[in-house]
Design a protein around this ligand. Structure first.
Ligand code: ATP
Length: 552
């Protein structure tokens, strides 16, 4: 049997032990939808609780919110989602499958679409330059203009640190399979080619995408056809109808982000609390996007959870930048503090072309997932884009009143956001450990080295044997654990070694074994998941023992 890769192993563990199941499985599943099982729902809740504790309970400058998923549809007009929340799509003319053209090209070329664009211009110009020189045609105005333009693009490339790169053999083969005819052809004269080059270099990535579909023969991954429609923008919002009549006046949308509910309640929160700027409003909740290319398990799904904060600051870019940098640090620290290895995290600032319609600066916190480095969370500077548009569309005064200066203004906003499901995947990946057989475990045994604060089960309690009151003592310990809010699990079947392995696999940090000495001296063995060390602890000290380790 082929060796499973890390993602396959995690997916399999999640299913086997009840973290995550494919949704609607008895009906053959429902593509890219998942249900969180007994352990998964608890792990997810623990992540959300840690988030809420740090960002709402412990911060005096942030308040919580839980807003509706379906809001007045005018919300999405004001937020820009109706007009701009789109992905460029192509449709295979034969099988009618749709693909996100930018993602498809990223997959084929192994680089971001921006890098591919610059690489393309670079290669094309070198080629064109040679042909212009060799050509008997006169250097027309257009060729001269192209020369100037190419210099501009090159400077831009250098500034962004994007350089042309060498393709290795594997990449070349992969490209050759998907893209026929990588050289630029199809123009009967140099001028027409220069004109097209100019257009693409001026209009940027969208023009490049259209050009690729027209010029190169992409291969449909589903049916092998090479005929695609021109790229079209596809709105990612899920549409629904409110009420019994399905006409245009009843159209509403499932929220594609939790953020807008916060802006809609900005005025309410100012009026009902005494909070002052800089202030944050935080919410955790479901968001829905009709993603074209969902995949990689719970990394990209159509229904997912976000933890978002809108952090309102004085309306100037310096203040916004200060908080943007601050939140990037806090965001990264959240993951590191809860156990993610720092070497697996990186920060990536978005290039200008990549910025969302509302953003004046965005960075992603990325994680080195088994399928590649990808976005885990982000921090964006949204300026006053949202409040300004909601104020305009609603006709309501959404300005903040600064009592100290007597000034009224629309604050700028910095938005730290993260996907709860993506965070969960990163925590699972980072914690997954398979023994090499040299650490006292058998080779291949799995330990989920998840932070105890996140672990779905905190303590497992075992009676050594099912006799002589050992089960009763164990159950009493369980009750005590539950009383202080710790999820404890009772297990009396199999050898203690097997019971340890079952708990290691689900990340339980401590196992308590009640044995015959316990009857005599009221002590139990506490075994630590990571060090595998065992110590005797008095039963009446178990609560403080675990509390000291959980609430460091
Ligand atoms: P991507 O570039 O991966 O599509 P995005 O930049 O559109 O993500 P945001 O709009 O910034 O994402 O959403 C905030 C967070 O929500 C992301 O950092 C990510 O963790 C999470 N997220 C976004 N889309 C999805 C999805 N389809 N499935 C799971 N999580 C998601």
């Amino acid at each position: 049997m082929a060796e499973l890769n890390l993602m396959d192993k995690i997916v399999s563990l999640c299913k086997r032990r009840g973290f995550i199941y494919p949704a609607s499985e008895i009906y053959g599943g429902f593509a890219n939808a998942f249900d969180y099982g007994p352990l998964g729902s608890q792990l997810k809740k623990n992540i959300k609780d840690e988030w809420w504790r740090r960002f709402v309970i412990e911060r005096e400058d942030i308040v919580g919110l839980d807003s509706a998923i379906i809001q007045n549809p005018r919300t999405w007009e004001a937020s820009g989602h109706l007009a701009s929340f789109t992905d460029p799509m192509v449709e295979c003319k034969k099988c009618h499958n749709r693909f996100r053209i930018d993602k498809l090209l990223e997959e084929i070329s192994g680089m971001s679409i921006e890098d591919a664009y610059h690489q393309f211009l670079h290669e094309w110009w070198n080629d064109l330059d040679k042909r212009i020189k060799a050509s008997s045609q006169e250097a027309t105005e257009e060729v001269k203009k192209a020369e100037v333009q190419v210099k501009k693009v090159r400077e831009k490339m250098q500034k962004k640190g994007v350089g042309p790169r060498e393709f290795n053999k594997e990449q070349k083969e992969y490209q050759a399979k998907h893209l026929l005819d990588y050289s630029f052809t199809g123009f009967d004269n140099l001028q027409a080619e220069v004109k097209e080059f100019l257009r693409i270099s001026e209009e940027g990535v969208p023009a490049y995408l259209g050009h690729l579909v027209n010029t190169f023969k992409l291969l449909c991954k589903e049916c092998g056809s090479r005929e695609f429609t021109h790229p079209r923008d596809f709105n990612l919002m899920f549409k629904t109808y409110v009420g019994p009549i399905e006409d245009s006046s009843a159209v509403a949308y499932l929220r594609p982000e939790t953020a807008q509910g916060i802006f809609l309640n900005f005025k309410n929160i100012l009026q009902s609390t005494r909070i002052k700027i800089p202030l944050g409003i935080a919410q955790i909740g479901k968001a829905f996007r009709n993603e074209i290319t969902p995949g990689n398990f719970i990394f990209r799904t159509r229904e997912f959870e976000q933890g978002e904060i809108e952090f309102f600051v004085e309306p100037n870019l310096a203040e916004s930048k200060k908080w943007y940098e601050e939140w990037l640090k806090i965001w990264k620290a959240f993951f590191v503090d809860l156990g993610i290895k720092e070497k697996n995290l990186s920060i990536r600032e978005h290039a200008k072309e990549e910025l969302s319609h509302y953003s004046s600066g965005t960075s992603d916190v990325e994680y080195d997932f088994p399928f590649g480095v990808s976005e885990l969370a982000g921090v964006a500077q949204r300026t006053d884009f949202d409040l300004k548009n909601h104020q305009e569309k609603s006709g309501q005064d959404l300005r903040y009143f600064d009592e100290a200066t007597g000034e009224r203004y629309l604050p700028f906003v910095v938005e730290p956001t993260m996907g709860i499901d993506r965070a969960m995947l990163a925590f699972l990946v980072d914690a997954y450990d398979e023994s090499d057989g040299k650490d006292g475990r058998e080779e291949g045994e799995i330990t989920l080295r998840i932070d105890p604060r996140l672990a779905p089960v905190k303590v497992a309690v075992f009676p050594l044997m099912k006799k002589d009151k050992l089960p009763e003592i164990a159950k009493k310990i369980m009750t005590e654990m539950h009383r202080i809010g710790l999820n404890a699990q009772y297990d009396e079947s199999g050898s203690v070694g097997r019971r340890y392995r079952r708990q290691d696999e689900i990340g339980t940090p401590w196992c308590v074994t009640v044995d015959f000495d316990s009857i005599k001296d009221n002590t139990v063995t506490v075994r630590d998941r990571d060090t595998m060390k065992q110590e005797r602890v008095k039963i009446e000290e178990l609560v403080s023992h675990f509390q000291a380790r959980l609430f460091k």
